[in-house]
Design a protein around this ligand. Sequence first.
Ligand SMILES: *[C@@H]1O[C@H](CO)[C@@H](O)[C@H](O)[C@H]1NC(C)=O
Ligand SMILES: *[C@@H]1O[C@H](CO)[C@@H](O)[C@H](O)[C@H]1NC(C)=O
Ligand SMILES: *[C@@H]1O[C@H](CO)[C@@H](O)[C@H](O)[C@H]1NC(C)=O
Ligand SMILES: *[C@@H]1O[C@H](CO)[C@@H](O)[C@H](O)[C@H]1NC(C)=O
Ligand SMILES: *[C@@H]1O[C@H](CO)[C@@H](O)[C@H](O)[C@H]1NC(C)=O
Ligand SMILES: *[C@@H]1O[C@H](CO)[C@@H](O)[C@H](O)[C@H]1NC(C)=O
Ligand SMILES: *[C@@H]1O[C@H](CO)[C@@H](O)[C@H](O)[C@H]1NC(C)=O
Ligand SMILES: *[C@@H]1O[C@H](CO)[C@@H](O)[C@H](O)[C@H]1NC(C)=O
Ligand SMILES: *[C@@H]1O[C@H](CO)[C@@H](O)[C@H](O)[C@H]1NC(C)=O
Ligand SMILES: *[C@@H]1O[C@H](CO)[C@@H](O)[C@H](O)[C@H]1NC(C)=O
Ligand SMILES: *[C@@H]1O[C@H](CO)[C@@H](O)[C@H](O)[C@H]1NC(C)=O
Length: 308
Amino acid sequence: MFAVWLFIGLSFIFGASGQSGNICVSDPVTNLTLVNETIDWTIPTNCNVSFYVVNIISEDGIVYHYETENNTFDASFLPLCVEYEIRITPVSLYNVQGTSNSINGQILPGPNENFTVSAFNIISTGRTNITLEWKMPDGVERCVDLFRVVVWDDDGNNPYDVYVAENYFNLTDAVPCMQYEFGIRPIYRPEEDEPLSLFNYTSPGATTTPPVLAGIVEGITSINMTWILEPFAENRCPITAINIDASPNFNVSHPVQDDRNRLPVAFELLNLQPNTVYVSRVAVVNSNGLSEAVLLPLQTLPNSTTLN
Ligand SMILES: *[C@@H]1O[C@H](CO)[C@@H](O)[C@H](O)[C@H]1NC(C)=O
Ligand SMILES: *[C@@H]1O[C@H](CO)[C@@H](O)[C@H](O)[C@H]1NC(C)=O
Ligand SMILES: *[C@@H]1O[C@H](CO)[C@@H](O)[C@H](O)[C@H]1NC(C)=O
Ligand SMILES: *[C@@H]1O[C@H](CO)[C@@H](O)[C@H](O)[C@H]1NC(C)=O
Ligand SMILES: *[C@@H]1O[C@H](CO)[C@@H](O)[C@H](O)[C@H]1NC(C)=O
Ligand SMILES: *[C@@H]1O[C@H](CO)[C@@H](O)[C@H](O)[C@H]1NC(C)=O
Ligand SMILES: *[C@@H]1O[C@H](CO)[C@@H](O)[C@H](O)[C@H]1NC(C)=O
Ligand SMILES: *[C@@H]1O[C@H](CO)[C@@H](O)[C@H](O)[C@H]1NC(C)=O
Ligand SMILES: *[C@@H]1O[C@H](CO)[C@@H](O)[C@H](O)[C@H]1NC(C)=O
Ligand SMILES: *[C@@H]1O[C@H](CO)[C@@H](O)[C@H](O)[C@H]1NC(C)=O
Ligand SMILES: *[C@@H]1O[C@H](CO)[C@@H](O)[C@H](O)[C@H]1NC(C)=O
């Protein structure tokens, strides 16, 4: 051992064993590239390099450290679309580190990478607010920073065609019981369309707003009433009846044939007592249940009244 060290020491001092024994500080590698998944460089010529130190560095510091005698390096293990500094340091005889050279680069997805979004999830956060969430396939989440969101409703209208940066979309004017079709397209390569993923969803039901009295004609033993209902455009849940609850005197339900026009509903309450006040609560029944009630005191006319 001593002899070897002595020999090396002497070599330094006298250059006794020729070029290969000399301390040699390598020039930096040149032509350093990252193409597809391979890091490549040209070997320096001023020294015989023993090996190269490959450091792969992110914002968090060195994430990968490797030593290789080769001048290519397979970086396919790195996650896609993350920017790294790639630093190559040649090391020559006696572990003498040469000058480093660096490039910044990232591994990009290949042409067959799957960008199909999936795993749709809906969160309902209020009568008219829903949030649609989706997922990117593993590995490519970081490659996409915009999604195109297109929304169609039951009528084939297209209320939204927007770009969002996160993997969710908030619909804040959802119509109860409306069927929506969502289309999500990740934007990665502007020159070609990534797949459009479609998702159908019917927004949660809701009771209607209370009915609005549009007209009333009070008779001796009957009363005619006309009610305006919440417009179809604002609540698609089908309406089945209007309830007139004048308990304990009567509690009746007037059936409603609902359609998209949702015209005012007129009906006649019969068999009432003359000159009587009926405190009634009028509410709308739809697929989601009973709306809030309107309080309405009804008063029939005295028997002696002459109707014209
Ligand atoms: C870079 O590579 C090219 C082709 O491989 C070669 O012609 C050129 O000399 C190299 N440049 C340096 C500085 O090594
Ligand atoms: C990189 O990948 C593309 C697409 O797969 C291919 O066309 C190209 O030849 C590759 N380049 C190199 C240097 O391997
Ligand atoms: C590299 O090593 C070879 C053989 O050991 C030697 O002939 C050559 O001069 C060395 N080159 C340099 C640049 O040290
Ligand atoms: C150096 O890289 C080439 C090309 O990737 C490969 O064929 C060869 O086996 C590697 N040599 C060593 C010693 O790793
Ligand atoms: C792409 O990913 C989606 C969702 O993960 C999957 O349903 C589909 O089969 C994949 N397509 C290909 C071509 O692998
Ligand atoms: C619904 O969204 C609107 C608009 O973003 C917001 O003002 C409202 O507070 C939300 N309501 C609920 C119940 O989350
Ligand atoms: C979307 O709704 C979620 C709740 O579902 C909320 O946390 C988020 O802040 C909303 N985002 C926007 C941009 O309104
Ligand atoms: C959504 O519903 C429409 C109409 O019912 C239908 O044509 C379409 O195929 C559905 N889409 C999906 C993704 O199920
Ligand atoms: C209520 O309407 C019916 C039918 O239109 C009518 O015959 C009746 O006289 C009306 N009753 C009152 C109190 O106006
Ligand atoms: C009147 O009828 C409606 C519907 O059948 C019912 O929900 C309500 O409880 C009734 N009112 C009373 C006081 O019983
Ligand atoms: C109204 O008066 C007539 C005659 O006075 C009587 O025959 C009738 O029974 C009365 N009707 C009611 C509902 O009281």
